[in-house]
Structures are given as C-alpha cells and as structure tokens.
Design a binder for this molecule. Structure first.
Ligand code: MF3
Ligand code: CO
Length: 278
C-alpha cells in the first residue's frame, strides 16, 4: 500500500469539530442499546431502538442502505465478528457476547463506534478478553495522538501498537484483513487501518485526519468466513470474537475521541487532548 495512491480527506479544525455531534449521538445510542441487552431480547429490537434514537435526534443511521445493508446496527453475537444483521430470530441468551456497532450522520459528518458487552454473566476470561480489546483500542488511539504530536508518526504505528497490546494481553487471534478506516463526510474512507503490522509505514499522522480504530480479536484462529447473507463475518473455527471501535479526530494540539462521552480524557489523559475537547 503506497501512501501516494490513497485518497485521504484532510479536514480543517472547524470541520473536525463538526464530527463531535455525530460522535456523541453514536455514544449515546450505544449507551441506550447496551442497557437493553439482556437474555430474551432479540437483536432486531435493539436495532429499532437505535434507529429511533438516531432519527429523534435529527441524525441519519449511516449503516442503513450502505451498499444495501438493511439495518442501523451491526449486532455480532459470539462467533460473529462484525457486520451481522439484526434479526427477530436472533434472541440473546445468558452467556453470549454481543458486539454492537453503530454509525450516525449529523450535518453530513460521520461517527462510528462499537462496544462488546456480555449478556448476563459470562466467564471471567471473556470479561478479560473484552478488556484486552478495549485496552488495545485505547493504545491505538494513544499512538495516533503521540504520532501526531511528534510530527513523525505514521499510520502503521497505530497498527503495531494495537498488535503489541493484544499480544501482551494473551493468546488471542488478531483478525486478518478487516480493520479501521478513515472517516469524515463518508463512513469508510482511506486509509485502511490494520490491527497488526510493522510500525513506520503508510501515510503520516497529521492534523486534519479522522480515523475509526477497531480491533477485532478471537479466542482461537484469526481466520474469517463471510456468510451467504453477504455481510456477516464469522470466525472460521467458530471461536468467540470481540470487536470494539472509536472514532478519533487529529488536531494540531491533540486529539478528540468524538464517540467517547469524555472525548477520551480518562483513557488518554488531558495532555493528549485538543483544547476543544477539554
Ligand atoms: N463500523 C463498521 C465498519 O467500519 C460499519 C459497518 S457498516 C455496514 O466496518 F453498513 F457495512 F454494516
Ligand atoms: Co468502522
């Protein structure tokens, strides 16, 4: 992948600031939906709740109609990694893991984030696995902040930071091929952000970029299979997967995690945040 062949949308600080509104709407929608997660609830009901909440706030669910995708959320349960379509027939059971992925548009700007939550009680090792993915995501977000601040950071510094954090957490599979992405006036933009690889490659991390950072890890093999519905991505070996995501905007004086209520303050520290986020 040569940087020169990428089409990155570099935003002004004012444009990046406009990404806070869709980011917060996604954060608030995910809060609402995660509170509704319980045994006996079907994923279609979670989706309806999300769509209602986004539209009531004047936003547009960005997933709906995206290359024909039929829903406002991706609700990926257990061995489903990402892009699973909510369904009436998919009823959550005690012990399941569900990744809830949500995207919204406000005034033409996008926010994209995901959480993985346990349904009822799950074994402690699955709680640890969720924490490992979250820690890896925040390590990637910190790498984005530090690489921008130093003026010497490159895209794959984020990938390498995510990979090393996952590897230090345990023997997890790191999903191949899928990853994060640029985001702005469209949900998916260049560059693609893999969750593994050597540092120091790809485009420079500079103010004006906005990225969605989304680690995906598995209990077993990192290999994936796409189901016949054309969307759902599952682990090839049927092992459980965890997926989490945040959107981050890179400013001259620090970053803003647009899809985090506190802008990233608790996990990144005030020194890494733009003054706009404080
Ligand atoms: N957050 C998901 C991603 O970045 C969004 C999938 S949207 C869908 O891949 F429309 F493709 F479902
Ligand atoms: Co995304």
């Amino acid at each position: 992948m040569r940087s020169a062949s990428l089409s990155i949308e570099y935003k002004t600080a004012e444009q990046l600031a406009l990404m806070r509104a869709p980011g917060l709407l996604v954060a608030q929608t995910l809060d609402l939906v995660r509170q509704a997660v319980a045994p006996g609830v079907c994923t279609a009901d979670l989706d309806a709740m999300a769509e209602r909440n986004i539209r009531a706030a004047g936003g547009i669910p960005s997933f709906k109609g995206y290359f024909g995708y039929p829903a406002s959320l991706c609700t990926s349960v257990n061995e489903q990694i990402v892009h699973a379509i909510p369904a009436k027939t998919q009823v959550l059971r005690e012990g399941d893991l569900i990744s809830i992925d949500c995207g919204a548009i406000v005034d033409g700007w996008h926010g994209d984030a995901a959480v993985t939550v346990p349904v009822g009680e799950v074994p402690a090792e699955l709680e640890r696995m969720i924490r490992a993915a979250e820690d890896a995501m925040w390590t990637g977000l910190a790498a984005a902040a530090d690489g921008t601040a130093s003026g010497r950071g490159r895209l794959t510094d984020i990938s390498a930071a995510i990979e090393s954090r996952i590897r230090s957490a345990g023997r997890y599979g790191i999903v191949r091929g899928y990853g994060g992405h640029g985001i702005g006036t469209e949900m998916h933009q260049d560059p693609h952000v893999l969750n593994y690889g050597r540092p120091g490659k790809g485009p420079r991390l500079v103010p004006g970029m906005a990225l969605a950072i989304e680690p995906m890890i598995t209990v077993g093999s990192p290999e994936t299979v796409q189901l016949a519905d054309g969307w759902t991505v599952v682990t090839k070996d049927g092992s459980l997967a965890v997926h989490v995501e945040h959107t981050v905007a890179l400013f001259e004086d620090g970053v803003w995690v647009t899809t985090a209520h506190d802008g990233g303050l608790a996990r990144l520290g005030a020194d890494r945040l733009t003054s706009r986020a404080r």
